[in-house]
Structure formats: structure tokens, C-alpha cells
Design a protein around this ligand. Structure first.
Ligand code: TYD
Length: 205
């Protein structure tokens, strides 16, 4: 069986983890071996990097932030994701390089192409077979987050116009690579989003 690398992208509060879990359960029920991962923090080293990049107090220079995400990614792909895919497994991951392009590129001040190139170098050009973008108006994402928690990480604490640039950044990425992306409205019912995802994944199995 050939391995598959499927990533979920979207703003905070778009329901990525819920949909990733539903897809994993469905694939496992059909007999496939599924590995779940996330960035930042898919590995032990990654958890330390996640703590720095999301919760460290004080300023982190934009290029340093981009490199920390890229370091987490390099290690995650080299030690966890690529070996699993080579064993023929399916890796379902919350966030990948598109998050860097959208958050550090479109959202912050860095050149999105340079940000992408760093991740391409970090992962030796490892791209997902499918990326599911759960598109959500940033004000709705914010309401969902407000309902779910009282503490925000460094990115979540950014203002609404930052999150609207992030959203536009994701949509531009999806337009540029329509064969890799499936864009779904995150406000659709959970079951109908899950069905749309299964339909697309079925075509890849
Ligand atoms: P995530 O783990 O999805 O957040 P949570 O578990 O708290 O819902 O992502 C953490 C934050 O990291 C999120 O706000 C987006 C940001 N991020 C980047 O800025 N660049 C990246 O490359 C990645 C992977 C995430």
C-alpha cells in the first residue's frame, strides 16, 4: 500500500482537529494504519520548540520565529512523517508549511516565497498529497476561540486584521495549487465536511 500525507490547514478555531480525528477513525476502520501528527510539536524536540514559539514571553524576531517553525518541521518530517509514509502508512497532520506561509508570510512581514523556500529546504521538498483547507471568516474563528478558552497563544493574541491576512494567504495558496488543495467552508455541518473529505480521500487510496 502506498503511503499518504494529508494535512489540515485553516485559521484558529476552524475545526481542523475534529476533522482530522474523524478522517483518522474512518481510515482506521477500513484497515489502514494512520499516524497523527501536528506542527508545531509533532515530536519530543518539537514540543520544546512549540513551547518557545507559542508561549515564550517577549519579542521573537520574525525571521527567528520562521526558523523555529522550520526547525520543528525539519525534525518532524525526517524522524516521524517520512519514515511512516515509506512504511505505507497514512499520516494526518494538523498544519504544515502552508501555515508558515500564511502566518509568517502573509500575516507577518516576511516574503511568503522566502518563507516557503525555507520549509522546502527543511523538508527536502516534501509536500502533502492532499491539503484540506477549512476556510473560516476570522471573526467567527475568534468567537469560537473565545467560547473555548480564556488564554491565547502568541499567534491567537494577534489582532483581527492579522487573521484576515492569514485567511487570504491560505486562500491564495489554495488557488495556486488547486490539485493539492481541497477548500471547504468551516461553517458547514461537521458531518457534511467529513463526507466531502472522505470523498476526496477515497480518490487517493
Ligand atoms: P495549533 O497547534 O493549531 O494551535 P492550537 O493547538 O492552540 O489550536 O497552532 C498553533 C499556532 O501556531 C497557530 O496560531 C498557528 C501558528 N503557526 C504558525 O504561525 N506557523 C506555522 O508554521 C505553524 C505550523 C503554526
Amino acid at each position: 500500500m502506498t503511503g499518504l500525507f494529508i494535512t489540515f490547514e485553516g485559521g484558529d478555531g476552524s475545526g481542523k482537529s475534529t476533522q482530522a480525528s474523524l478522517l483518522a477513525e474512518w481510515l482506521e476502520a477500513s484497515g489502514r494504519t494512520v499516524e497523527r501528527s501536528r506542527e508545531p510539536g509533532g515530536t519530543e524536540l518539537g514540543l520544546e520548540l512549540r513551547e518557545i514559539v507559542l508561549h515564550r514571553r517577549g519579542h521573537i524576531a520574525p525571521r527567528a520565529e520562521a526558523l523555529i517553525y522550520a526547525a520543528d518541521r525539519a525534525h518532524n518530517i525526517a524522524t516521524k512523517v517520512r519514515p511512516a509514509i515509506e512504511r505505507g502508512e497514512i499520516v494526518i497532520q494538523d498544519r504544515y508549511l502552508d501555515s508558515s506561509v500564511a502566518y509568517q508570510g502573509a500575516g507577518r512581514v516576511l516574503d511568503p516565497i522566502e518563507v516557503r523556500d525555507i520549509s522546502i529546504w527543511a523538508t527536502e521538498g516534501f509536500l502533502p498529497h492532499l491539503t484540506i483547507l477549512l476556510d473560516l471568516d476570522e471573526t467567527i474563528g475568534r468567537e469560537r476561540l473565545d467560547a473555548a478558552r480564556t488564554k491565547y497563544d502568541r499567534l491567537e493574541a494577534e489582532k483581527s486584521d492579522f487573521h484576515s491576512r492569514v485567511r487570504a494567504g491560505f486562500l491564495a495558496l489554495a488557488t495556486a495549487e488547486p490539485e493539492r488543495f481541497l477548500v471547504l467552508a468551516a461553517t458547514d455541518p461537521i458531518t457534511s465536511i467529513a463526507a466531502d473529505i472522505r470523498a476526496r480521500v477515497t480518490g487517493l487510496l
